[in-house]
Design a protein around this ligand. Structure first.
Ligand code: ADP
Ligand code: MG
Ligand code: MG
Ligand code: MG
Ligand code: MG
Length: 450
């Protein structure tokens, strides 16, 4: 069959697969699945798996709507290394036989297909999915799982790394068994915070792997009696969890388009235009790449105990400078450091692609690179350089997002003729309002006896 099911069945049988997890995510990146026995593989490939979209999450459906039918992408087959006999199939949701334009994977695939057919290009991405390993306290609170991990400067600390050896080595082995090319694992800047790197790939594969990676980290942590989180800022005085996203364009013939021989940053003219597009849409993109109330605690608050947030507050680009939103560590790619652990990786890749391509289409120039340490400058000094601030809260970010015509067009149109971005904004405004309708400890401290 043309849907790759013969190869899929052969691989599954070789791996002794008994169950497939037919998986998809909603707007927030929540992974949903049904477990489908191997004996029903043909049924799954023919008719997909059915879900009540309203129950799954924010999928643009109400309780009275027809089934969301999710169809497996055979090429996404991923054995679940810690659960013998189980494999994940990432799926594309449909309703009534048509791709469902609310589904993040459908949105990204549409843009990548256009990129290939209209320009002959491919987007490759690599992500750094930082996470924290925590434990629930008997009182219902949360603390760093490793009680000894208290130092004010824990980054790269070998003893903290070694105390998590069982977890980290299992995770590394799993990634490498899957052929992801895990090449480094380290203790990051926050207490309890780690990063396990895997090699870049085409943008859909990387987004699928990001979803799988989060699932794997959560489950391995659970098995070890811990609670993993990718939340952007679990503690206000500890460095938050980013999802730095490295981007490069290639031809469909695998020729790199961002390499610039002889250029100071090693970027091509096309890459500079792409960077300029990322800057131009920097504030509006925040609504999608920093998509939760908590995101703005990561990029907004002052330096934590370790001395730096490592998260950008301003829209600027430059070389190997970690105080900027866009960093060019080596030639041939650009790193976007604003994306955080609460981002939906499909939607994040979609808006970054659209932003960058707009820079290419308008032949934008990003201007001189920033060489300053922006963490050390005052707001006035930043303003004097003409550098914009990222939005300070989710509601402000969403206001900018809905006003961005390029991102609006890229995210697509819904069956009723309205734009996905307005649906997204509605969900996010409700999220912000729900947060804003609770009384916090800060308010008590600030106003009780004022
Ligand atoms: P750093 O911590 O310095 O930002 P990492 O090594 O943690 O860097 O992560 C770098 C990421 O960038 C990896 O996922 C890597 O595979 C990816 N990457 C490297 N080259 C490219 C490229 N040309 N296009 C996209 N991603 C890339
Ligand atoms: Mg039922
Ligand atoms: Mg890194
Ligand atoms: Mg990191
Ligand atoms: Mg990085």
């Amino acid at each position: 069959m043309g849907d790759g099911r013969d190869d899929l069945a052969a691989r599954a049988d070789e791996d002794g697969i008994e169950f497939f997890l037919a998986m998809f995510v909603d707007l927030h990146g929540k992974p949903c699945a049904k477990a489908v026995p191997r004996s029903s593989l043909n049924m799954l490939m023919d008719g997909g798996a059915g879900f009540a979209g309203f129950a799954a999450g924010d999928m643009g459906q109400g309780p009275a709507d027809p089934d969301l039918t999710v169809l497996p992408d055979a090429a996404s087959y991923t054995r679940v290394p810690w659960k013998p006999g189980v494999a994940v199939l990432h799926c594309d949701p449909q309703v009534g036989g048509d791709p469902w334009p609310y589904a993040p994977r459908v949105i990204l695939k549409r843009l990548l297909e256009q990129l290939g057919t209209e320009r002959g290009w491919v987007l490759k991405t690599g992500v750094e999915a930082e996470y924290s390993l925590l434990r629930r306290t008997p009182e219902g609170g949360l603390e760093v799982a490793d009680a000894l991990d208290r130092s004010a400067k824990p980054c790269y600390e070998v003893k903290g790394l070694t105390r998590m050896w069982d977890f980290l080595s299992t995770l590394s082995r799993n990634m490498n068994e899957l052929g992801w090319g895990n090449y480094a694992n380290d203790h990051e800047d926050g207490n309890g915070q780690f990063e396990s790197n895997f090699t870049y790939s085409d943008a859909v594969t990387t987004a699928d792997r990001t979803i799988f990676f989060r699932y794997m980290v959560h489950m391995l942590a659970h098995d070890a009696g811990m609670c993993a989180t990718f939340m952007p800022k679990p503690f206000s005085d500890v460095t938050g969890n980013g999802l730095h996203t490295h981007l490069s364009l290639w031809t469909t013939g695998d020729e790199p388009l961002f390499d610039g021989d002889g250029d100071a940053l090693g970027l091509s003219k096309l890459a500079y235009q792409f960077v300029a597009g990322l800057l131009d849409h920097g504030r509006a993109s925040a609504g999608v790449i920093c998509p939760t109330v908590n995101s703005y605690k990561r990029i907004g608050v002052g330096a934590p105990n370790s001395g730096s947030t490592w998260a950008p507050a301003y829209v600027a680009y430059g070389g190997n400078n970690r105080s900027l939103m866009l960093r060019v560590p080596d030639g041939g790619r650009v790193e976007h450091r604003a994306v955080d652990g609460s981002a939906n990786p499909y939607l994040a890749a979609a808006v970054l692609l659209a932003a960058g391509l707009d820079g290419v289409d308008r032949a934008l120039d990003p201007g001189e690179q920033t060489t300053d340490n922006l963490f050390a400058l005052s707001p006035d000094e930043i303003a004097a350089r003409g550098i914009a601030h990222l939005p300070g809260s989710l509601d402000r970010a969403v206001d900018e997002l809905v006003d961005d015509a390029v991102l609006r067009r890229a995210l697509g149109v819904l069956p009723d003729g309205s734009d996905f971005v307005d649906y997204f904004a509605g969900v996010k405004r409700a999220e912000f309002d729900a947060y804003h309708s609770t009384v916090s400890q800060w308010e008590i401290d600030r106003y009780l006896t004022q």
